[in-house]
Design a protein around this ligand. Structure first.
Ligand code: GSH
Length: 195
């Protein structure tokens, strides 16, 4: 699976040039009981560094952001970016009723509501933030940009459409992040996946 909550983490690691082992489980088979039982709260992603482990995708991404200079030094600016990142996650969680619904009629309703109401609500606000901050959430490349790209790509995968097309600053940011050395090389070798 190449999208999902771990994708921003992978992007940051590839951008930073960190060598790492990328262990994945096919969504069709996940959760696998013995793996789930070995995880702190039964969920992925998990980041392992020697004998230290870290769970919660945003804690992992933020730790790596601090390590690789993708977090501002000013604590107010850090908090402002945290707020954006948490909002991107609020947005992510709003697609899950659609993803999980099995009744085709209700599923279609969820999809329309997400595409016609939820996505424009968040994307128009993100667009404004980017316009006011030189095309990045924090005025220059930060972990919030990686999180947005990974999460928007998840939507595109779940919904089989590009939710970002009518928001040029978001499209530009996606292209910028995807063109970063490391990230670009990773994307070129990433196996296609359909949900
Ligand atoms: N808040 C957690 C959510 C993690 C999460 O939902 N992980 C999914 C895979 S992307 C999972 O492990 N689901 C299996 C389960 O909950 O049983 C995070 O951000 O890391």
């Amino acid at each position: 699976m190449w999208n999902g909550l771990a994708e921003p983490i992978r992007y940051i690691l590839h951008y930073a040039g960190e060598k790492f082992e990328d262990i994945r489980y096919e969504p069709l088979y996940w959760p696998i009981k013995n793996v789930k039982d070995s995880l702190p709260y039964g969920q992925l992603p998990l980041y392992e560094d020697g004998n230290r482990t870290l769970y919660q995708s945003l804690a992992i991404a933020r730790y790596l952001a601090a390590k690789y200079d993708l977090l501002p030094s000013d604590i107010w600016e850090q908090a402002v970016l945290d707020a954006i990142v948490f909002t991107i996650y609020d947005f992510f969680y709003k697609v899950l009723p659609y993803v999980r619904e099995e009744d085709p009629v209700k599923k279609q309703q969820y999809k329309e509501e997400f595409l016609n109401e939820t996505a424009p609500f968040y994307l128009s606000r993100f667009e404004k933030e980017l316009k006011n901050n030189k095309g990045y959430f924090g005025g220059k490349l930060s972990w919030a940009d990686f999180v947005l790209v990974g999460i928007v790509e998840s939507f595109d995968l779940f919904l089989n459409t590009e939710v970002e097309t009518s928001y040029p600053p978001i499209v530009t940011l996606l292209n910028r992040v995807r063109s970063l050395p490391g990230v670009k090389a990773y994307i070129a070798t990433r196996k296609p996946f359909s949900f």
